[in-house]
Design a protein around this ligand. Sequence first.
Ligand code: ADP
Ligand code: MG
Length: 255
Amino acid sequence: MTQPILRISGLRKQFSGVEVLKGIDLEVHVGETVAILGSSGSGKSTLLRCVNCLEVASGGSIWVGDELMGYRQESGDTVRRLTESQIAVQRRNVGMVFQNFNLFPHWTVLQNIADGPRSILKLSKADAIERSMALLTRVGLADRATAYPRQLSGGQQQRVAIARALALEPGLLLFDEPTSALDPENVSEVTDVMAALAAGGATMLVVTHELGFARAAADRVVFMDGGVILEQGSPAEVFDHSQQPRTREFLRKSL
Ligand code: ADP
Ligand code: MG
């Protein structure tokens, strides 16, 4: 087994005194694709947002590689700001793809992808464009480099968002329901790109309702319920031999 790139231990998160993550332990190893399933409100987005430092954990710890991103909050502890090296790890080593693409509308496809390599990695303009074009080719959109996001279908925008996330060559990719905002006919073009990434050795943590994708592309499936991980295992273990009634009920309703 390769070493974990992500180690989450005892992660807790409260909003106004309501605990929505109640002690999450999860490791993701280099090259692994882990799918997270669970009902709406079970805490899936909050978990990803804590990993990506969009939320500050209330307790527990999050390690990305050798860097501690989350905090063990002792009583009386105040929330610490991220240090420079934590920000660097978050920006360069963790890429995130959101449900609603989050592309900059007034930038072309190419500008959206090349911005990170330019501003964060300090690549030359020529190198940033070359890298961006190679990624656009990889997601099948080389001919749309000069288009604006609004000129693309949802599936195409999401493929651009994936290329943008890949542009910093992050060690870990997070996806939060990347196909939930798409028309049904656009879903497979995105899950095909994600499955190819998974098969190519990318390390991915994917919140998804696409059970077919999870079964085919994930090495491990995690089922969350009410702020805890209720069950996890191989796709066959979780889909065909679930140990938990809640998981079975969720799967039955999701078919
Ligand atoms: P999921 O992604 O599984 O649907 P979320 O992580 O979005 O679940 O939400 C888990 C719970 O936390 C929900 O009850 C939600 O209402 C609550 N929650 C999420 N974000 C916030 C927030 N910023 N403020 C208050 N409550 C929140
Ligand atoms: Mg969510």
